[in-house]
Write a protein that binds this ligand. Structure first.
Ligand SMILES: [Zn+2]
Length: 292
């Protein structure tokens, strides 16, 4: 199944649903960052969450950044998402590779750690971005986001995120969903959904069975008036460019730039998000200095 993200409602709009298959998107990111298995699962879950939350944004100019840093070997994961389904992100330590946890699953919670916070930074193009923050609950990311929505945004939510990493470290399946109870949703329905989510196979199992995201949601919300609203194409894309990196280089200040220039050195700057490398020859640094 190709990647796809859908927005939907159920029970006459009292339940809001975002669901996605992100296998290709996560595979691309994991290859760019050369991730070990546990790192791949952690980064993939964060990227999937980012694309789902990007699809919640109301304005085209809005961006959202998710940061989780719990003191574990992963050294944090950062993801930036846009309203059109595009995401970019990186993990502090792409080599983190832990033994499986007690459920036989990749130990994302162990890699992230629980000594820190999950931050949700919403930049709506205003002067100050809005920053929401919760302490990390399990470090498994889905649980932490559910806790964030419920406590910080007062929207009871269920979040499922899954990444299945193959033996060759390619991504066999990745996807997720966010289910939110809007004001007016009945408690009975909330209980029913909680029960269904405990009964169903994992999202990666369903993707492996070649179910589409629509089929997966139809399965979860059987007899609950599922209404698919629209869809987006999630993708991993970085928006860095030589011009942007040049601006960042200028922003270190004339004094530091002059120092680099006078030492006769070239300067290489790598984009954290996509590992692209930008090399500024010493002569070019001289030109930048003249143009400041
Ligand atoms: Zn980049």
């Amino acid at each position: 199944m190709g990647d796809k993200l859908v927005r939907a409602t159920a029970q006459n709009g009292s339940i809001r649903i975002f669901g996605a298959i992100t296998t290709d998107m996560v595979d691309k990111a994991v290859k760019i960052h050369d991730c070990a298995a546990t790192a791949a699962a952690a980064l993939g879950r964060m990227l999937t969450a980012g694309s789902l939350m990007g699809a919640m944004m109301k304005s085209d100019r809005e961006t959202l950044t998710l940061q989780i840093s719990g003191g574990g070997e992963a050294q944090g994961v950062v993801v930036t998402a846009y309203p059109n389904g595009k995401v970019k992100g990186y993990i502090g330590n792409p080599s983190v590779d832990l033994p499986a946890n007690s459920n036989g699953k990749l130990d994302v919670g162990g890699a992230i750690g629980t000594n820190g916070n999950l931050l949700v930074i919403r930049d709506m193009g205003l002067k100050e971005p809005y920053v929401g923050q919760v302490p990390i609950y399990t470090g498994e990311i889905g649980d932490d986001l559910a806790y964030y929505f419920t406590s910080s945004e007062q929207t009871p939510s269920a979040v499922g995120l899954g990444v299945l990493v193959g033996k060759d470290l390619s991504i066999s399946a990745a996807g997720g969903f966010i289910i939110q109870m809007m004001p007016g949703a009945s408690e009975l329905v909330a209980d029913l959904i909680t029960y269904r989510l405990q009964e169903i196979p994992s999202i990666t199992d369903m993707i492996m069975k070649c179910m589409s995201i629509e089929e997966i949601l139809e399965y979860i919300f059987e007899d609950m008036d599922l209404n698919i609203l629209d869809s987006l194409m999630p993708s991993f894309e970085c928006d860095c460019s030589r011009e942007r990196v040049e601006k960042a280089l200028i922003s270190i200040g004339r004094k530091d730039l002059e120092e680099i220039y006078s030492e006769g050195k070239d300067e290489e700057i790598k984009c954290h998000f996509c590992n692209s490398s930008y090399v500024f020859k010493n002569k070019e640094i001289g030109e930048l200095l003249r143009n400041i």
